[in-house]
Design a protein around this ligand. Sequence first.
Ligand code: UD1
Ligand code: CA
Length: 460
Amino acid sequence: MSIPVTIAILAAGEGARLKSRRPKVLHEVAGDSLLGHVIRTAAALAPRQVVAIVGHEADAVREAFVARWATLNPRLQPLVVAQAERRGTAHALRMTEAVLQGATGTLLTLSGDAPLLRAETLRRLLATHVETGAAATALSATMATPTGYGRILRGADGGFDRIVEERDATPAEKAVTEINAGVYAFQLEGLFEVLARISNDNAQGEYYLPDALALLRAAGRPVQIVHHPDAEEARGVNTRAELAAVAEAFRRRKVAELMAAGVTFLDPATAYVEADARIGMDTVVYPNVHIEGQTIIGENCRIHTGARLVNARLGDDVTVRDYSLVFDSRLDDRTSVGPFAHLRLNAHLHEAAAVGNFVEVKQSSLGAGAKAMHLSYLGDAALGERVNIGAGTITCNYDGKQKHRTIIEDGAKIGSDTMLVAPVRVGEGAMTGAGAVVTEDVPPNALVAGVPAKVKKTLT
Ligand code: UD1
Ligand code: CA
């Protein structure tokens, strides 16, 4: 079911309680900004128009909003309006009057600082709003500790009366555990007239958007409250502690989804999996693993303790051993890395290739079955199939001015501690001796060997 809706996202606030130089809505959790998560949800509702209200650090927020929206729905040109002075949430929404002039139907207002709300929850809010013909519908939830939220006050008959902000609430009102989630569906017809009538006669001297509901009700227009059973979704971020709580909620949500899809987590509480990551069935994730960005992991992999994968692409049956870092790199089926390996900038391990302890691989490929198991640096190198790299081998890829490539053809064996001074090519089946300094190309099947140490004198 889809309901034609216009969406307004309130994002002008400074977020003073975060004590940050960065605007609140651009703080990140679970791989996206707070605003980014809200935009995802908004886009999932396929609105006919979307408008953001920006103010504090307006340029940065505007730019982030427009860019993020374009990644999700490039066909809808989003609108942005400025709120020059932050005079409250109702004042913020009034800023959209000029661009929404003449618009009819339903307006859904979202807060840029409440990223956990699900699209299906908002659909339910919209459905009730439309079915009941309400002038306004707010989402509520019950929180054992409602501190900081507006409280829903109901009359003797249980019907909606008004919303009171924490700072204006009497002790009895503060004891109410039904909170205002801060998202509303409004009938656009007549909305801006009501917003214009809201006063700022309250503890914060601000124009409160929740007051619109009381004014509508007083004018005899129907107002609905949709109570949502999952209070966690209503969480807003005003403080660093709430930022951490929201990040944890995202993490739990993502890990729960993955477990439901057949992924094992040895310790779900310490699995840091960002929103866009994908993991295949029967993969096992050990404690304290970070899986970030656009990482895709195949089936039956093992990701051991302390690993961090960022924009990594793993096939099936891949093993990432403890404390390995994989950035922007590809690990094909049956490969293994680590412990303590570092792969970055388009490293690519083809099938069954392996890198071991303290090996760094940068912008290099290892052919099928190739191995570099100990203490090596492979930079700007292309290794063929079944190449073996001895311990301590270094590709000397930088001459002080430029980077150069090293090519090692199929089946070559590089002795321990070889220096490959690039540009250089080691031919198919060739071998280098321990400690060789290779400055010229090695022909196929040749053996090159360095200068062996000789006894110079006796030390006693
Ligand atoms: C608001 C609600 C409160 C609700 C809570 C849910 C009001 C007065 N109170 O409180 O009832 O329980 O959300 O999280 O609305 N903003 C602007 N311009 C402004 C002020 C705020 O754009 O002048 C934006 C902020 O960037 C933010 C959103 O509006 O995204 C909410 O503002 P915030 O100050 O966080 O409101 P709360 O005190 O959390
Ligand atoms: Ca808030």
